[in-house]
Design a binder for this molecule. Structure first.
Ligand SMILES: NC(=O)c1ccc[n+]([C@@H]2O[C@H](COP(=O)([O-])OP(=O)(O)OC[C@H]3O[C@@H](n4cnc5c(N)ncnc54)[C@H](O)[C@@H]3O)[C@@H](O)[C@H]2O)c1
Length: 385
């Protein structure tokens, strides 16, 4: 018998030459924390020129440019101001705003004929997600959603394991993760206020756990969901030393759980936390008729897995375990997410992380929130777009 790991051998991708004869003109909407890796990634691309920066806070975009050494760029006080400036001739924008501004910025850009690199989570509500998908379809442009873990070698391996058939028919998935203490407030309260963040741990890191498993199994359609969410830590003034007033501002979830039925008879048991009284709510587990897979849990933000994956299966009647060594990824996954978006624009290929998939991710997140508010299971309604 050959080495079982041979079944999952990757196909080495050839390094492509980048055509620099035409530079793509890129703008960044929102110049907060995540805008920085967007800008520094674009600055490394020989076929990109950053031409516009927009932020609602006066002087923030200017300070951002000065800090990163971005010159020859125009500054704007909102996404609309930038997208209305036709002299800018934008090919693409990165939407790096807080969650509640994802939809207005994205749909406005698409209406102006501009491709969008949209940060995760896609948005807050299902209505917003549908609006984005419709605007994308009408525009003929692309939206790629910012899930850089997709480019991590371990995540690719996970997908290959499922696709190899080694696990048989998948029927149950347990996923999620989170932090013992980790409500994200180092740069203020945009993640925890209802008007800016919109959803808490559920959207912020829950979207990653769901993308990891949903991408591996080919994004089947979600059918029903029952959800729970709570805010016991976020609402505690003593949680924020030096900033007890943040407790008053906390308007989202710091813990969420859900049970989701998917097309094809698969169920997902999900839980996610920004704060909880345990180190981890458990590893990700994928159960199939021929094998099971354990993926050690992480805090769900850095885009990789928490240790070697293990396949539990039978070989010639024996129950055996196969450890899958952790792989290193050659290069920055963040730069890969940006490069793949640019390549798709240039070649006319579909978006690398398409809204047709992430609509289902958003349907689960929004479904958990809605079900939690209603106090019972709901059916997930997804219109044809
Ligand atoms: N992919 C990742 O690894 C990753 C990591 C962190 C955050 N994020 C996501 O990135 C987004 C932003 O996070 P952040 O930490 O940078 O937030 P932030 O609050 O630090 O920055 C957001 C900025 O957007 C600006 N803004 C909001 N609406 C605007 C508009 N209409 N026009 C112009 N500017 C506008 C705000 O003034 C603010 O400066 C969030 O959705 C978050 O989930 C992704």
């Amino acid at each position: 018998m050959g080495n079982i790991l041979d079944k999952f051998k990757e196909v080495q991708e050839e390094k492509k030459e980048i055509d620099t004869s035409k530079k793509l003109r890129v703008g960044i909407i929102g110049t907060g924390w995540i805008a920085e890796p967007h800008a520094t990634s674009y600055m490394k691309m020989p076929d990109v020129e950053i031409v516009g920066l927009a932020d609602l806070i006066p002087g923030k975009a200017e300070a951002f440019a000065a800090r990163l050494g971005i010159s020859g760029v125009k500054f704007y006080g909102s996404h609309k101001e930038m997208l209305d400036d036709e002299s800018l001739n934008l090919d693409a924008v990165s939407v790096c705003t807080y969650n509640c501004q994802h939809e207005p910025c994205t749909t406005y850009a698409l209406k102006k004929g501009v491709n969008v690199m949209l940060e995760k989570p896609m948005c807050v509500t299902m209505e917003e997600a549908i609006a984005i998908c419709k605007a994308e379809k009408e525009s003929g442009k692309i939206v790629s959603v910012g899930f850089q873990p997709r480019f991590d070698e371990n995540m690719k391996m996970l997908k290959r394991i499922v696709e190899s058939g080694e696990l048989g028919q998948i029927y149950y998935i347990q996923t999620g993760g989170g932090r013992r203490r980790g409500i994200p407030t180092p740069f203020g309260t945009t993640f925890i206020e209802k008007e800016t963040g919109g959803i808490g741990a559920l959207g912020d890191i829950g979207c990653y756990s769901l993308d990891m498993v949903m991408n591996a199994i080919g994004y089947p359609k979600p059918l029903t969901v029952t959800g729970y969410k709570s805010d016991f830590f976020g609402k505690r003034p003593d949680y924020y030393p030096g900033h007890p007033e943040y407790a008053e501002k906390f308007g989202v979830d710091d813990f969420a759980a859900g049970f989701i039925r998917l097309e094809g008879g698969i169920v997902i048991d999900f839980r996610i936390a920004w704060a909880m009284n345990i180190d981890t709510p458990g590893d990700t587990v994928i159960l199939g008729t021929k094998g099971g897979l354990r993926i050690p849990s992480t805090e769900c933000w850095n885009g990789s897995i928490g240790g070697p994956m293990t396949i539990y299966h039978e070989v010639a009647g024996d129950q055996v375990e196969t450890k899958i060594p952790v792989r290193s990824t050659n290069g920055s996954v963040f730069e890969m997410k940006i490069r793949s978006f640019l390549d798709a624009i240039k070649s006319g290929a579909p978006a690398p992380v398409p809204t047709s998939q992430i609509l289902y991710n958003q349907a689960i997140l929004s479904g958990i929130a809605t079900s939690a508010e209603l106090g019972h299971e709901i059916e997930i309604q997804i219109p044809e777009i």
